[in-house]
Design a protein around this ligand. Structure first.
Ligand code: RIB
Length: 289
C-alpha cells in the first residue's frame, strides 16, 4: 500500500497544562498539583497523529519568533513531519493554549498568536504543496477566511478535505457542502447543525462513541472502555487517523473504527500528543477486540 499523503492546515500551540483537583471559581485562588508545557494545537496534533500512523504528513501553519516556536518546530521534525511550509512570523508570539486538567477532563482557552497569521495569502503562496495531497485536514483555530479559501481550493481541485469544526464557528451552507467530511463533537454538532445528521457528518461523542451515516443509514461505533489519564487531543487523534484510513481507501465504517481505536489509545498518557499510538499499537488493540 502506498504511503498516504496528508496535509494539515492549522494551528500549532504550546499547551500550558495545569493539573488541579479543584477548579477555581471567579475570584478564587486554589493550589494546583502539577504544571507542564507540552506541544499541542489542533493542527499540529492531527499532523502528529497521522504521521505516527504511517502517513507522509505536511504541516502548514505559522509560529512566532520565540522559543516556543523553535521547540514546536523541532517536535514536528522529530515526528517526521514536513515543516517547509511553517514559517516564523516576526513580532508575534507562538499560539498558546491554557489547559486546566481536572477530574479527567479539560478546559481550554486558546490565544491565536501566529496561528492568526495563517492567512489566505499565505495559503495561496504555498498551494502547490496542498494540491499533491491525498487528503487535507482543517480545524478552526486559524482565520475564518483562510478556512473558506482552503475548503474552496481543495474542492476546486478535487482533493478530499476533512473539516474538524473545533472550536465551533459558523460557515455558510455552500462551504459546508464542499467539505468531504465534517467531524464535530456533540457540542459543536448542536451549535452548528442542531439535530441534523447526514452523510458528511461524523459525530464524535466521547463515551457514547461515534455516529455517522453510510449508505443512507445511521451507524454507530461504540467507544472502547480504557483507563483515562488525559483526554486532550483525543479528537485530534481521531481526525488524523480518519484521514489516514480514508486516504488508504478504507470504507467509512472501517476508517471510523480505526480512528475510534486510535483515539481510545491516545487518552492513556498526559499531553495531547503524549498517548497518540503507532499503527502497530492500533492494529494490536483492534485484534484483541
Ligand atoms: O484539541 C486539543 C488542543 O486544543 C490542544 O493541544 C490545544 O492546543 C488546543 O488547540
Amino acid at each position: 500500500m502506498n504511503q498516504p499523503k496528508i496535509t494539515v492546515i492549522g494551528s500549532i500551540n504550546m499547551d500550558l497544562v495545569t493539573e488541579t483537583d479543584i477548579v477555581p471559581v471567579q475570584g478564587e485562588t486554589v493550589r494546583g498539583t502539577n504544571f507542564q508545557t507540552i506541544p499541542g494545537g489542533k493542527g499540529a496534533n492531527q499532523a502528529v497523529a497521522a504521521a505516527r500512523l504511517g502517513a507522509e504528513v505536511t504541516m502548514i501553519g505559522r509560529v512566532g519568533d520565540d522559543q516556543f516556536g523553535d521547540v514546536l518546530m523541532d517536535q514536528l521534525r522529530k515526528e517526521n513531519i514536513q515543516v517547509d511550509h511553517i514559517d516564523h512570523v516576526s513580532h508575534t508570539p507562538t499560539g498558546l493554549a491554557n489547559i486546566i486538567l481536572s477530574e479527567q477532563d479539560n478546559r481550554i482557552i486558546i490565544i491565536a498568536g501566529a496561528n492568526g497569521k495563517v492567512t489566505k495569502d499565505y495559503i495561496e503562496q504555498i498551494k502547490a504543496a496542498i494540491l499533491t495531497s491525498d487528503y487535507v485536514l482543517l480545524q478552526f483555530e486559524i482565520p475564518k477566511e483562510t478556512i473558506f479559501f482552503s475548503i474552496e481550493l481543495c474542492h476546486k481541485h478535487g482533493i478530499p478535505v476533512i473539516v474538524n469544526p473545533a472550536p465551533a464557528m459558523e460557515l455558510d451552507k455552500a462551504t459546508w457542502e464542499k467539505a468531504t467530511y465534517i467531524t464535530p463533537n456533540e457540542t459543536e454538532r448542536q451549535q452548528l447543525f442542531g439535530n441534523q445528521h447526514n452523510e458528511k457528518l461524523i459525530i464524535t461523542k466521547g463515551k457514547q462513541g461515534v455516529s455517522f451515516v453510510e449508505a443512507g443509514k445511521e451507524q454507530e461505533v461504540s467507544a472502547h472502555s480504557v483507563d483515562v489519564v488525559d483526554t486532550t487531543g483525543a479528537g485530534d487523534t481521531f481526525n488524523g487517523a480518519l484521514a489516514v484510513a480514508l486516504a488508504e481507501g478504507q470504507s467509512l465504517t472501517k476508517a471510523v473504527t480505526f480512528a475510534n481505536a486510535a483515539a481510545a489509545l491516545s487518552v492513556g498518557e498526559i499531553g495531547a500528543q503524549g498517548g497518540m499510538p503507532t499503527r502497530e499499537q492500533v492494529e494490536q488493540f483492534l485484534e484483541k477486540g
